[in-house]
Design a protein around this ligand. Sequence first.
Ligand SMILES: [Zn+2]
Length: 440
Amino acid sequence: MNSALSKFLFFYPVTLSKGEPIAFLIGDYRRNQWLPLQKIQELQLKLFKEIMQHSIANSVFYRELYRKHGVSVNDIQTLDDIKSLPIVSKDDLIQSLDIISTKNKNFFASTKTTGGSTGQPVKLFKDALALARERCATSRAYEWAGIGLGDSQLRFWGVPHSKNARRMAHLTDIIANRKRVSAFNLTDDSLASYYDESKVYKPKYVYGYVSVIERFARFIVDNNLDPLPSVKAVITTAEVLNSNARSVIESAFQVNVYNEYGCGEVGSIAHQCEVGNMHIMADNLYVEVDGTDSGEIIVTDFFNRATPLIRYRLGDFATLSSAICPCGRGFPIIDAIHGRAYDLLEMPSGKKMHPESVIYVFEQIQQETNAFKQFQVIQHSVNTIEAKIIANVNWSEAVSNRLISELKKHIDRSVHFSVTQVDTLPREKSGKMRLVKRNF
Ligand SMILES: [Zn+2]
């Protein structure tokens, strides 16, 4: 579809009908990126106080939390003062969603359930204006890659397991002018047909999981195929982009790769600019680390008034930089993200599957049962996969059996799946939490 047609016929009207005035906000977002750091920090301080004020007035959880710690909005005079406020954990969000959320959750708010990078599925509400602002920040960052709203996208992504969800995904893809290729089905044959279809579809850019685009890129390189002529940029997401992956993707597509970093709870957090630095979307979020320069990321969402997240601990590790980027944008830089690193699973047939296919199953079971706190999946051999579970009170033999049968159904019936209950899940030496691990 033509980009302008997609933008004006579908994207703006559909998002506006959901209460998201993107066309009216995007100008501010384009301007904000050129503000000097000091102006951005002034804006952040103002927005931080506003969301704190709103939360104290409307969220039982924050009112109680700050009362208990004896802190109020008046204590926040500089951005450094934010460090005196208590941190909110994933456990808090899971256990206290109702009292963290405000009455805004009923007004144009959507529900988000996320697998989370650390294997703790999380649910929250996000109001439409906050969602619109998230989309504005993302669109602005895509402009850095030369991609405009409505440009056609080749999307390497998960395909929902249930039929209804699949239909919804297809509809969303049409509205967003994108073609989805399954990250769950990666054989040489399927990659060959994705390549042929892409030549016909002519996407302006490629988007998706690092590991899957890397696999597709390797296929292009190994088979001496031409780069797709319509593709102007590759935007990778959801996983760490190492230099090997970057170079194989760049040589396959002959364009620049732009990495994005985000999470389900707050959306888009940081994006790479033309120079290659990861800029924080500082007009939507306040990002800190639990440590001097490196540590677990703590994030505040300035705009989500439905389920406010103030000093929320994400679980990913990062290093912040105080460098100024030569691109001229004032937004602070994240030096390194030691977040998600995924291994592709290998089936007895030789088929490779993206770990999100497994994560979808856990998310679905969790939505229905709320029976575990965290999980990790380990493939010990081509025939054996173990799910480690930190259970909660809702866990039962029936849930365990259900999990195994869903895994068999959606992953591979010839694989032996087992479930082990554990008390803790170890991190890698680097601090990474490997949600899905292949141990052979
Ligand atoms: Zn830059």
